[in-house]
Design a protein around this ligand. Structure first.
Ligand code: HEC
Length: 157
């Protein structure tokens, strides 16, 4: 005779449990939305060697997603950067990011940093993000600043 009451209790308990489970799942998600750079990230080596093809592909994506801030040639003077009054590094001077490791560049490209919101994260395959690191470095290689290179190196390189 208490059956309906018991059923109601069971139903209530079940819905509370489901709601709790849901809540903790969404909490976990929002917790991981703020990634932090670990020493392992900083120490990561670029597994992708720069190739003309890889750089060309990265340059295409760079034109769509990055040039409005970082400038087509990496000078940091894109339209959006000017509008937002961002002070960006001029990557044509390799020393501007000389102290930043490839791992850090990769992490920032993947996750964004400060006013560089979001980053490429999952929308761009890992290999392409390493190619973007190569591209960012390549901007500084053309007009490499004097005194930065070992004297024995062939200037054609
Ligand atoms: C809204 C403007 C904006 C866009 C779009 C943007 N960035 Fe940035 N980027 C920044 C800012 C601002 C920083 C400096 C962040 C800091 O140090 O606080 C930065 C930093 C970086 C750095 C670290 C080296 C440095 O100069 O500080 C790399 C590498 C980088 N961006 C690559 C990219 C790539 C690749 C893309 C496109 C996939 C991109 N960015 C898109 C604004 C932008």
């Amino acid at each position: 005779m208490y059956k309906p009451f018991l059923l109601l209790c069971a139903f209530l308990l079940a819905s509370i449990a489901i709601a709790r489970g849901h809540q903790s799942a969404t909490q976990e998600k929002s917790g991981s939305a703020e990634p932090t750079m670990t020493p392992e990230d900083v120490a990561k080596k670029n597994p992708i060697a720069p190739t003309p093809e890889g750089l060309a592909e990265a340059r295409k994506l760079f034109g769509y997603h990055c040039a409005m801030c970082h400038g087509k040639e990496g000078d940091g003077k894109g339209d959006l950067a000017q509008e937002m009054k961002l002070e960006l590094h001029d990557w044509r001077d390799a020393s501007s990011i000389g102290k930043i490791t490839d791992g850090e560049l990769f992490w920032i490209i993947s996750n964004g940093k400060g006013k560089m919101l979001g980053g490429e994260g999952d929308r761009t395959p890992e290999k392409m993000r390493w190619n973007l690191v190569n591209l960012v470095r390549s901007f500084g290689k053309k007009g490499a600043p004097a005194g930065d290179k070992p004297k024995t190196e062939n200037p054609q390189h």
